[in-house]
Design a protein around this ligand. Structure first.
Ligand code: SAM
Length: 246
């Protein structure tokens, strides 16, 4: 029996369907509605990765897995550690790849969170840095860690104000190597109503998506916005935030 190898067709059809879906106004509206309604119940605060809370939407985690497997970074830099789940996600992916390390920065790493991360069996590849992600002292430490690395990916998930994310984009773009991703989290803030139930310093008009737009406008040709990644996401925190360095 001759079995037709349809892998290429399958992946092409997935891409085409994602683009169609992204242009479907009914899907877009339903997505905005369920994302906003579930946010009122803290949907992104309910998940764990290997036992630690990961403050993400599951679709974004699955997509990050695809990106990491495909691009095989030597180092992943993340700003915004919180309770450690995302740090363990990245370090466990590195373990699966059999290489690489994670540098994670947070302005405040509470002792119980640091202990939970550092005592975890998947934390062997992690360096935690306490300080503001844009503090020159912190950036100096990052410089030393990534020096000479061929493939560096960055995830920005700290203070979500326009100003801070723009500062981060300006400071961290130099680390991202060609072909690797800069993932800017919480772009969804632009697309859902003000989070009155959870007061924040960011909101529509002042958030990671507005910072990404300004950065891309001021720096054309640095990143491609990955249309397939951004199109296929539903119930995502970071749609529009998946940028691939040229
Ligand atoms: C959304 S949480 C990070 C969630 C985490 N990445 C996860 O997926 O579980 C944001 C974190 O950013 C930290 N943060 C706020 N301002 C910061 C800054 N200027 N520099 C570094 N971290 C900051 C906060 O302390 C908080 O832990």
């Amino acid at each position: 029996m001759i079995v037709f190898d349809d892998r290429e067709e399958f992946s092409e059809s997935g891409r085409a369907k994602a683009m169609e879906m992204a242009a479907d106004p009914e899907v877009r509206q339903l997505d905005r509605d369920i994302t906003a309604a579930s946010d009122r119940h803290g949907y992104s605060y309910m998940w764990e990765w290997l036992g630690l809370p990961i403050i993400q939407m599951p679709t974004d985690v699955v997509l990050a897995q695809e990106i990491i497997w495909r691009t095989k970074p030597d180092v992943i830099i993340e700003t915004g550690v919180a309770r450690g789940g995302s740090v363990l996600f990245y370090s466990s992916m590195m373990r699966l790849l059999g290489r690489g390390s994670v540098v994670a920065i947070d302005i405040e790493i509470r002792p119980h969170n640091r202990e939970a991360i550092e005592s975890h069996e998947f934390a062997d590849r992690v360096t935690l840095i306490e300080g503001s992600s844009v503090d020159p002292m912190v950036l100096g430490q990052v410089d030393e860690i990534v020096a000479g690395k061929e493939r560096v990916m960055v995830v920005l998930d700290s203070d979500h104000t326009h100003e801070h994310v723009l500062d981060e984009l300006r400071a961290y773009t130099k680390y991202v190597t060609p072909g690797q991703f800069m993932i800017v989290a919480d772009t969804v803030v632009e697309d859902i109503p003000v989070q009155d139930h959870r007061p924040r310093r960011w909101g529509p008009g002042n958030n990671p998506k507005t910072a990404v737009h300004q950065y891309l406008q001021e720096n054309p040709g640095v990143y491609d916005v990955d249309e397939f990644c951004n199109s296929k996401l539903l119930m995502s925190s970071s749609r529009g935030g998946y940028l691939q360095k040229r």
